[in-house]
Design a binder for this molecule. Structure first.
Ligand code: GLY
Ligand code: MN
Ligand code: MN
Length: 532
């Protein structure tokens, strides 16, 4: 065969593949709709000040190994406002119409270029046409055209944007460089900016100590020292002074804070389409926990339990995990975000499993703690009951109008009283040794989702309720409590006068856990040939 005809053949093979690869049947039908994303852009516009634009870039791709990238995870904000899930993209949402007449527009989407050769290797791309038909955008360009942006960014009173990735690579990096030049972006130390945003978005008088603890490792950096407002926080203050400091930070860091403010306000209240996906994600994760309760045996490994969870998630069509699965037995259960999962024998210990799926972008966050042999010891049961009581009482408070901070107060009260009664601690002040985290966070597109912690719970919020007690060996209490780590975590939808536990399909009381553990599992007796 002549080289010439080979080339033609190669081209036509590519063409045939390209044609075929655009069609795909039997994909899920329950993704967020283009109307949902358009509605979110409209809601964002309503919050934006006059004469402003919001600019959101895709997350960069990340190398996993030679020639291999990590599975790409879209920037949740870009996905929320556009539905676009690929890298090398940017969305601009304008407050007012730009241009005039039939061609006027108030949003532009820049997308990754289509490329038949690349698509044969790494999969289909939506491209400009796909973004128009599938996502409903009217003005879509390839990302290499960003430098020809048809509007002058310097004319706006506010350009609202999030942190810009520093080493983005490829066309994303070029877009960001072009954006910085066009918008006249000033360089602010990233660590300082992150902490300023945390304070602006989350700080209130109840959680100030915890926020300061979080900032503490950086407070002596040059950048942090140059910001007297952050330094002032650590001098102690009442709520009026704190609000004053927050207002000053807001005035100074302006648009950078606005992005967090708007996305926190919007994403913190879930829309019906999001609630539908969260219900699925939480329910299927709860079913996975129930299956593991049935399957767990003392001779199994942490990794096997993780594998059963993942199998159930995939069986229901979940694309991913919301976070690295935590399966920790005994002492490992006392490490809050233990991720190694490499203990090969559970023996007769407690296993703490914090595992939640990501279904169409929405993450569940569910924890159950189960005895590997199906029966709690007296000590395990006693600690479990204290954690359960705290969780039960905090969940029962959940409804619109309750102060977020009151969930934490109630949890601390119940946990401290329980541990004092058992003789694990003598004074409520010692509680934080064994309960070092908060009781709740928003959950959604991010497992630690955007949402307000400052005021009251509102209808449409979805939050976790997750008290825990962790007593590592060597703790200053009777040895009989050592290596007991218990967390119980559920995903709670806040209603006007009620709550809905979205992960209720995983048993919670110790009695229900033991009952589930006594049942047989489809994984019982699963055996594979030994490795040679
Ligand atoms: N799985 C992380 C958390 O519970 O917050
Ligand atoms: Mn959580
Ligand atoms: Mn969790």
């Amino acid at each position: 065969m002549k080289v010439f005809s080979k080339a033609i053949l190669a081209l036509s093979v590519t063409f045939v593949f390209y044609q075929k690869s655009t069609a795909q049947n039997n994909i899920p039908k329950d993704y967020l709709s283009k109307e949902f994303h358009a509605g979110r852009r409209e809601a964002l516009r309503k919050l934006m000040p006059a004469n402003s634009v919001t600019v959101i870039f895709a997350y960069p791709e990340r190398v996993f190994s030679n020639d291999v990238n990590y599975v790409y995870h879209a920037n949740p904000d870009l996905y929320y406002f556009s539905g676009y899930k690929e890298p090398d993209a940017a969305l601009l949402v304008f407050k007012e119409m730009q241009g005039s007449g039939d061609t006027a527009y108030n949003e532009i989407l820049y997308v990754r270029r289509r490329n038949p050769q690349q698509e044969q290797w790494t999969g289909r791309r939506l491209g400009v046409e796909g973004a128009k038909t599938r996502l409903g955008f009217k003005r879509v360009y390839n990302s290499n055209e960003f430098s020809k942006l048809p509007v002058d960014l310097k004319k706006f009173a506010a350009v609202v944007y999030d942190d810009l990735p520093e080493a983005a690579g490829g066309e994303l990096q070029e877009m960001i460089a072009s954006f910085k030049a066009k918008a006249g972006v000033k360089n602010i130390d990233k660590g300082l900016m992150d902490d300023v945003k945390v304070v602006m978005a989350y700080a209130n008088i109840h959680n100030l100590d915890r926020i300061l603890n979080y900032i503490k490792p950086r407070i002596q950096d040059e950048a942090h020292k140059s910001e007297p407002l952050l330094q002032q926080l650590s001098t102690g203050m009442d709520s009026t002074t704190l609000e004053n400091v927050k207002a000053k930070l807001k005035a100074q860091y302006g648009a950078s804070g606005l992005f967090t403010e708007y996305t926190t306000a919007l994403r913190g209240i879930k829309q019906p389409e999001e609630i539908a996906l969260m219900k699925k994600s939480a329910q299927l994760s709860a079913i996975a926990h129930a299956e593991v309760m049935k399957a767990v045996k003392p001779n199994m490994s942490e990794r096997e339990l993780e594998g059963i969870m993942l199998y159930v998630h995939k069986n229901y069509g979940a694309e991913d995990e919301g976070y690295p699965p935590i399966v920790g037995v005994g002492a490992n259960g006392c490490i809050l975000h233990y991720e190694e999962n490499n203990e090969t024998m559970l023996n007769n210990q407690l296993v703490l499993m914090d595992v939640g799926s990501e279904y169409h972008g929405y993450s569940a966050d569910v924890t159950r703690t189960v005895p590997a042999n199906g029966k709690f010891t007296e000590e395990q049961k006693a600690i479990y009951q204290v954690v359960y009581d705290a969780q039960e009482q905090a969940i029962n408070m959940c409804k619109a109008g309750i102060r977020y901070g009151d969930l934490e107060k109630k949890t601390e009260e119940v946990l401290a009283a329980g541990l004092i009664k058992l003789g694990v601690i003598r004074d409520a002040k010692e509680l934080r040794t064994y309960y070092p985290h908060g009781v709740s966070h928003h959950v959604g597109l991010d497992v630690h989702d955007k949402g307000s912690y400052a005021g009251n719970l509102e209808e449409g919020m979805i939050i976790t309720v997750e008290p825990g007690i962790y007593i590592p060996a060597g703790s200053k209490c009777d040895k009989k409590w050592w290596n007991i780590g218990v967390r119980i975590e559920d995903d709670i939808l806040i209603g006007k006068d009620k709550f809905t536990n979205l992960s209720a399909d995983a048993p919670r009381t110790w009695q229900a856990v033991e009952k589930m553990a006594a049942q047989s599992s489809i994984f019982d007796g699963a055996k594979f040939p030994p490795l040679k």
